[in-house]
Design a protein around this ligand. Structure first.
Ligand code: URA
Length: 242
């Protein structure tokens, strides 16, 4: 076989392996859900040892990433350089959720590494953590062209992955950065100015919405309000500690 033919065969094999891995992750997820359901329904032939094991093992971040794969679920895949899945401590006490990757994030495949990210790093430090101690992710995982707002069908396609990430981490609190994150998590249409400065809930996890760091860069006078939101979130954690 020619060299070009061998290359093509290798590429085909890699693609088959990737799609098999994705299919296996999907099967594992639906099997887990099915067995959990059967266990809850009290199915007698299900060995109780299994049921305990299944309940004790929530989906891992790696499984979610494998399931996301080289996503083509919405149009944003055709413009992206990298998927920005999220990063940080998968057992973090706090998750910070932004809107979606910008230019730098798309280039590097990491969340909040551009100018807004520098401010976010300061906010995280002001909370007493290092970046790697929290978890940072976004509502959508691919950069919209020219940094336009994400469209409803893009949020609908990508949102379930954020939901699964939050279910896997089950943090003690979520800081929602900007209106897209807050509105997605709270199923609300209210502007961020109305949602902030309060504690809401996402599937039983407290959520504090605040202004997006990019907005704070353009409106530095609002940093004082964001600081109040951060204090509110910290007070929840301290309450949980005592
Ligand atoms: N803005 C966001 O909302 N998320 C990022 O990751 C970067 C900028």
């Amino acid at each position: 076989m020619s060299l070009a033919g061998q290359d093509e065969k290798t590429r085909d094999n890699i693609e088959v392996m990737r799609s098999t891995r994705r299919e296996l992750a999907r099967l594992a997820t639906s099997l887990r859900q099915h067995l959990s359901y059967q266990a809850i329904m009290g199915l007698e032939w299900l060995p109780s040892k299994w049921a305990t094991t299944i309940k004790a093992q929530p989906e891992s971040m790696d499984e979610i990433r494998v399931d996301l794969g080289e996503c083509i679920r919405c149009r944003l895949h055709s413009h992206r350089t990298h998927i920005v899945f999220g990063e940080g401590n998968p057992s973090a006490r706090v998750v910070l959720v932004g809107e979606g990757p910008g230019r730098e994030e798309d280039r590097m495949g990491r969340p909040f590494v551009g100018p807004a990210g520098k401010l976010l790093d300061l906010i995280i430090a002001s909370m007493g953590w290092r970046r790697q101690e929290v978890y940072i992710c976004n509502v959508i995982k691919c950069r919209p062209p020219k940094n336009r707002d994400p469209l409803p069908d893009e949020i609908e396609a990508c949102g379930p992955f954020l939901r699964r990430q939050l279910q896997a981490i089950r943090p003690q609190a979520i800081l929602a950065l900007g209106s897209f994150a807050a509105q997605f998590l709270l199923s609300s249409q209210q502007p961020i100015s109305r949602l902030r400065n309060q504690v809401h809930q996402f599937e039983g996890i407290p959520v504090v919405p605040t202004y997006h760091p990019a907005y704070l860069l353009r409106n530095p006078l609002q940093k004082r309000q964001a600081w109040k939101d951060v204090q509110l979130l910290l007070s929840l954690l301290h309450k949980g500690d005592s």
